[in-house]
Design a binder for this molecule. Structure first.
Ligand SMILES: [Ca+2]
Length: 512
């Protein structure tokens, strides 16, 4: 199933008339001083007689009191694998703080990201949509992520999770790696975040790796404050920034998005952690992230906002093949549509609301965070466009009998639909393997069907035994192709990415 307003469900998709202007409308909901009368005036001036988009109307109605709204912190690692935390079976890494967080909250064991790599995965967390929906499944040059000085970025007309919450009176911060566009109009500060501190893309995209790249920039809001960024202290400095932001916003609802730079290669950690783990630099990073998580949880306890703060910990994609991470017991690595590429360790904690020490194996996704957080903030996800995510609060709270709201989950690699999961079944679709940058097609991949409940490592192909399931999953795949597209086939319900004609590098230009 797709968003509840998909064509399949019989509701026509609301397309704002051109003269209405998505950007104006978006600007309008972001304007703190906007009242209903001004909003209607704007509507009248731009589109006489036009029906207000449901979303804007509802946002305005509910944007009143921000008191008693919960706080949200999303901790999003970069390339951390399914088997890299103690509470997910790691014997190598010491992660006592995250393990305690799991003991005090809920582990999700079938929690997915929508891509095996950074940019597309992040576009889904921000928008609640599959990457192909928002056209962020590959770069403007058919690469699997955005590279520095990219012409493409997440369309400013998309409504991010930060914008949904900001309209509800939230203070919002993005602290860490963004990777949804490095041009000013694509930065977090233009996508609903009051404050940004971090690097705009991956830590292996500096001048050291490729001489035409600018030195890896560290930004505060929209200014480069350091280049190349000192990566050894990034995790520590991100943590300090989060604590500062949380402390100064403790009396209002806040949303903190902490996309760590680590443990993405090249791995760096501060002196206190360097050389201390049993798994080289990779383990040092994981243990420093654990320390960071502990510091953040300690802070919300100290500020007495522990019982009104939801903290989510997960990763943007699986561990890469060669840098020391583990996706066990899953097969496959970062970049692939095997479980190891896209199923992530996930922990949710909110004392008093989320039961302690529980595990949920129902299928959920980063797609679901926007709708879930919107509901918790007394609002709704945008209703003027398709949103793929669903409210998973019944799963988070361990409601008896609660089931995954997804009939199907789609595994895309770049623009190609490669697998579909429905319930316990996962089908790997037959296709010609498309190599990176889609330049070459290699040998055929055969159709395979796995029962993930009995065979989490995707070892026993049971396609021959269950033709009924194969048929059902192939029909779901066709539904996705029609809606979202597949390789060169366009989907009916895709939206455009953002674009700039002449991108400029983010350079350090002045001393502070
Ligand atoms: Ca990543």
């Amino acid at each position: 199933m797709f968003g509840c307003h998909s064509r399949e469900s019989g509701n026509p998709v609301f397309s704002p008339p051109i003269y209405w202007g998505g950007a104006n409308w978006k600007k309008a909901i972001m304007n703190k001083n906007l009242n209903r009368r001004n909003f209607l005036k704007l509507a009248g001036a731009t589109a006489a007689g036009a029906v207000l988009p449901g979303c804007a109307d509802e946002l305005l109605q509910s944007a009143g009191s921000s008191a008693n709204k919960p706080n949200f912190i999303i901790i999003f690692c970069d390339d951390l694998g399914y088997g890299d935390l103690g509470c997910f079976g790691s014997k190598k890494h010491r992660t006592p703080n995250i393990d305690r967080m799991a003991a005090e909250g809920m582990r999700f064991t079938s929690f997915y990201v929508t891509s095996g790599v950074c940019t597309p995965s992040r576009s889904s967390l921000m928008t609640g949509c599959y990457p192909r929906r928002v056209n962020m499944h590959q770069s403007g040059r058919n690469e699997w992520v955005l590279f520095p000085v990219a012409r493409k970025g997440l369309n400013p007309n998309e409504i991010t999770i930060a914008e949904v919450l900001k309209a509800q009176g939230y203070a919002t911060a993005c602290i860490g790696k963004w990777h949804l566009g490095d041009q000013p109009k694509f930065l977090p500060t233009r996508q609903g975040f009051d404050y940004y501190y971090g690097i705009p893309y991956s830590n292996d995209m500096g001048a050291r790796q490729r001489k035409q790249n600018p030195p890896l920039p560290l930004l505060r809001n929209e200014k480069v404050i350091e280049a190349p960024a000192d990566q050894n202290t990034l995790t520590k400095r991100y943590t300090e920034e989060v604590i500062k932001f949380v402390t100064s916003n403790k009396d209002k609802p806040f949303f903190v998005y902490l996309p760590h730079t680590m443990p993405h290669n090249p791995v760096h950690s501060s002196e206190k952690f360097r050389g201390k783990s049993a798994n080289d630099g990779y383990g040092d990073c994981v243990e420093e992230i654990d320390w960071s998580t502990g510091r953040i949880l300690e802070t919300i306890k100290r500020l007495s906002i522990d019982d009104r703060t939801l903290v989510v910990f997960t990763s943007d994609n699986g561990a890469a093949k060669r840098w020391g991470g583990s996706n066990l017991p899953l097969s496959g690595f970062k970049g692939s549509t095997m479980e190891g590429g896209m199923r992530e360790p996930a922990v949710c904690r909110w004392p008093g609301k989320i039961p302690a020490g529980k595990t949920c194996d129902e299928l959920a996704s980063t797609l679901d965070l926007l709708p879930t957080l919107a509901q918790l903030a007394d609002t709704k996800p945008p209703t003027d466009r398709i949103i793929d995510g669903k409210d998973i609060w019944p799963l988070m709270t361990g409601k008896k009998g609660a089931k995954s709201p997804h009939e199907a989950f789609y595994y895309y690699r770049m623009g190609q639909l490669q697998a579909v999961r429905s319930g316990k079944w996962k089908i790997h679709l037959p296709f010609k393997i498309i190599k990176r940058n889609q330049k070459k097609a290699a040998s055929n991949a055969p159709l395979k069907l796995y029962d993930l409940e009995a065979d989490i490592a995707e070892k026993n192909n049971v396609a021959d035994r269950r033709p009924d399931v194969v048929k059902r999953l192939l029909a779901l795949a066709e539904k996705a192709r029609n809606d979202l597209g597949d390789v060169a086939r366009k989907g009916k319900n895709q939206r455009a990415a953002g674009w700039v004609v002449t991108p400029k590098p983010l350079l350090f230009t002045e001393k502070f």
